[in-house]
Structures are given as structure tokens and as C-alpha cells.
Design a protein around this ligand. Sequence first.
Ligand code: NAD
Length: 510
Amino acid sequence: MASTATFEHNQAAIVGYRANIAERGIKNIINGEHRDAISGKTYETTSPIDNSVIATVAEGNAQDVDAAAQAAWDAFPAWAAMPAKQRRDLLYRVADLIEENAEELSLLESLDTGQPIRFMAKAAIRGAANFRYFADLVQGANDGQALPTNTHLNYTIRQPIGPVGVITPWNTPFMLSTWKIAPALAAGCTVVHKPAELSPVTAMRLHEIMAEAGMPAGVVNLVHGYGETAGKALTEHEHIKAIAFVGETTTGSHIMRQGAATLKRVHFELGGKNPVIVFADADLDRALDAAIFMKYSLNGERCTSSSRLLVERSVYDDFMDRMAQRVANIKVGNPLDPATEVGPLIHQVHYDKVSSYVTVGQEDGATLMVGDGKHPAGLEEGCYITPTLFKDANKEMRLAQEEVFGPFLTAFAFDGEDDAIEIANSTRYGLTAYIWTKDVTRALNMAHKVEAGMVWVNSQNVRHLPAPFGGVKYSGIGRDGGDYSFDFYMETKLVSIALGDHPISRLGAA
Ligand code: NAD
């Protein structure tokens, strides 16, 4: 397993995996076939480790999306009608194959995104868990309710909505793709997947694994390309009944507009600016560990990251000093090294954005404790950035309002529960919140008042697959997880059967 393997092992192992991808090129996979883009266009995907080219990628556009949507449309009736047990076993097989290929998938994911291998090894395994979890639900997916009255037997069934589009971002692309594709397939939908242009590598391997598992041609299709072309075409396509999207809030609004003409059902998992609220009575050691983990793991490129730290004033100075020591000590390095805690950011453009917030924070008047928005010494090549910590922010500042999406934390002092809630709720986002206190009544009050789709008390984000996942306000629409996913990928149909001769108004009979 890559998580326990040494850096030397990972560096040696990636050579073969990388050469294989480079030689074959990254293709679209439509109706079971690897295809170049119809236009013949390609672009290059690079590694943020050193900006070297990993492979050329088929640059799909509306024509490729049309072919993929047609394939998904044609495959839909047979896939929806496949006996549940057969569909379940196929999804189990995908999970098994992901596990068998976990080392390759996790190393390629680190290479393509810069995410540290210590986290990516688990992401591959979580991808398998997503398939296995939703495979277990296949046999009950169509179940409904019985709602009888004296005159009618009303009952509901659920049926797959049809071919769906899945559009994924670059931060943890493999895990997020499985998180969307597995429930869609379990529900009986067929899929066209448009992965982020910056992280196409493991998407191709995932689709190859699904084919190897025996997925019928056309059930799940892959089109690479840019959001403004391939992504847009997918959201506008007549055959695509719903769009499951994970990405930025502004992209979510574009998709809603683009899908309006064809009345797309949409599910959005968008940005966040999540508060972690630490009261003086909390277990401060654990709160510190969790706050650091939730902001600086996954390069801070994490929608649920605790990017705003709110600490009660009586313990603020001490807590911040301890935090600064730890943040300054975070090991930035090559993502293939298991010792690395923060790897390079996804791309130079994103690096420049994250880096610019150091100036923004200073101009706003916050206090810079750690970081300079520059490369750490010895890591001048690639997209490596020093982790940043600001304190003494107030809620009007840009670094208190805008999603930076990097290893960048903004801290505030607060005075009491009302002040904490006012700061916590002062952004347009509402994905997660984290509350640290030993006072149960306070914890419950805070959990109910904070504007977030998910709240953890005395805990970092610990995911439970049946539990609802999603945001409020500008952080999202809809919930994923367990049966919540089926509510999105399926239609509920009512069947009502008269039990006898109930009254029928006899218009025109008199
Ligand atoms: P992004 O919105 O730039 O891109 C996401 C995907 O949308 C890509 O595949 C892109 O090609 C596509 N896209 C772009 N424009 C499009 C358009 N007009 N029509 C259709 N598709 C289009 O996001 P990103 O930069 O890749 O990812 C980072 C963002 O994702 C952050 O804001 C982060 O918070 C969010 N995110 C949210 C969650 C969550 O669960 N809420 C999880 C992970 C990431």
C-alpha cells in the first residue's frame, strides 16, 4: 500500500504508472471505446510537483458530449431494467478492482493534483467504499411507501431519472467522482462524466476499471475538456436529465442558468468558508489538532475545511501562539513522500490566487503570524507554498469572506455565544461548522443557530456514508449520502388503485 510505502518506493513505482499514461494519452471513453476528441484537439495536463507534462488529454467539446449523451441515452433502458442483484454485483466488482489498483490510483492522484500520498492512499480506498456502500443499497432503491386510504391503495415507487451528467472538481477528483457516480449507477441511471480539466488522470483509470468490471458499453461515459465548452454542453443537453455538480459557487450559478432551458434537476456541492468555534471550556489540545487538520490537510483545498477559526478571547492569545508554532512546523514537500503534510497546489494560477491573499490580509489589517505566500526554501520549483496563518481578523475583511482554498487560515477572537454566532453566520457560505465546548446545552444551541448544512461538535469532519452531506446558502443545493442520493437520481411515482366503488362526480349526467 502506498500509505505505508517509503518515498523511494513511491518514486520508483510512479515511473511505470506515469509512462503508461503518457504513452496511451488520456482519452474520452464513449460507448465503451477510448476515443480522441472529434475535433482532434488535445491539451496537456501537468504535475504541480515540477510543472512537467504528464500526458496529452483529449479536449472534448459539444460534439463529444453529444456522442456521450446519446450513448448514455441508448444504454439507459437496459441498465435501468437490469436485475438489482446483477447491478449490485457489478458495483462490488468495481470496488474490488479499485482496491486492487489502489497504489496506482493514489500515486497518480498525488502526481496529478499535488495532494499528499498520506491522504490520497485513503481516498482510493474510500472510492471503493463508496461503490460498495451504494451496491448494498441497490436492492432497495426502487422501494416506496404504502399510503392507503379507505377508498384507494396509494403506493409509491422510485424509478431512475434517466441519463445524468456528473461534473467534478480537481481537489480530490477520484474520491469525489466515485461519490457521485456510484449512487447514480446504483439508482439505475446512466452517466456522462466531465472531470476537471486540471485533474483528468485518475478519471480515465476509474472509467477503465468500471469497464474491466463488466460495465455495459454506454452506461458510463467520460468526456474531458474545459468547463465553458464540454461542461456547458453537458448541462444543456436534452438527453441529460440531471446534473450532479461539485465545484465553485459561481460555476453553480452558471450551470443553473445553462440548464434552465431543458429544466435540469441540479445538485450542487459548492464552496465553503467554514467556522471552527472554540470555547474556553473545550478540550483545547484536541480542538487545536482538529482545527489544524481541517485546514491544512489536503493542501487546504478542501470544501469542508475550517478556514475561519473563532477562539474565545480568554484563551485566544495562548491558543494562537500554540497554533502558530504548529503551522510553522508543517512539513511541506513532495506529495509522494509519506512524511509530507502539505504538497504543491494544483496549478500556478491557483498558487497565484492563494498567494495574493497574503497581501489582501495585510492590507485589510489582519496580523500575519505564519507564512509569506511564497515557496518554502528548497522548494522553488513547482507550486509549493508556505502555509499561512492570520489572526485578529474581523468579519468585514476579504480574507474573512472569500474562499481561499489553500493552506491558509484566518482567526478571530470572540466574546460569548452571540458574538460567535454573528461572526460564524456573517458569510454567504454555509457548508460545515465545528463547535468545541464541554457544555452540552451550549453545544446544542450553537449547532441549531449556526448556518451550515453539517455541524460537528468536538470533532473534525468524520464522514458517515448514510448521513446527509451538503450545504445551505451559497454552499449548495441538495444532500448526498445514503437514501438522500437516491432522492436526487430517482423520480418518485405515485400509483393509486381504487379499492371499490368510491364516488365519481357525474358531470353532464342529469
Ligand atoms: P470549478 O467550479 O472551477 O470547476 C468544477 C468543474 O466544473 C470542472 O470540471 C469545470 O470544468 C466545470 N465547469 C466550469 N465551468 C463550467 C460551466 N460553465 N458549465 C459546466 N461546467 C463547468 O471548481 P474547482 O476550482 O475545480 O474546484 C474547487 C471548488 O470546488 C471550491 O470552491 C470548493 O469549495 C468546491 N468543492 C465543493 C465541495 C462540496 O462538497 N461542497 C467538494 C469539493 C470541492
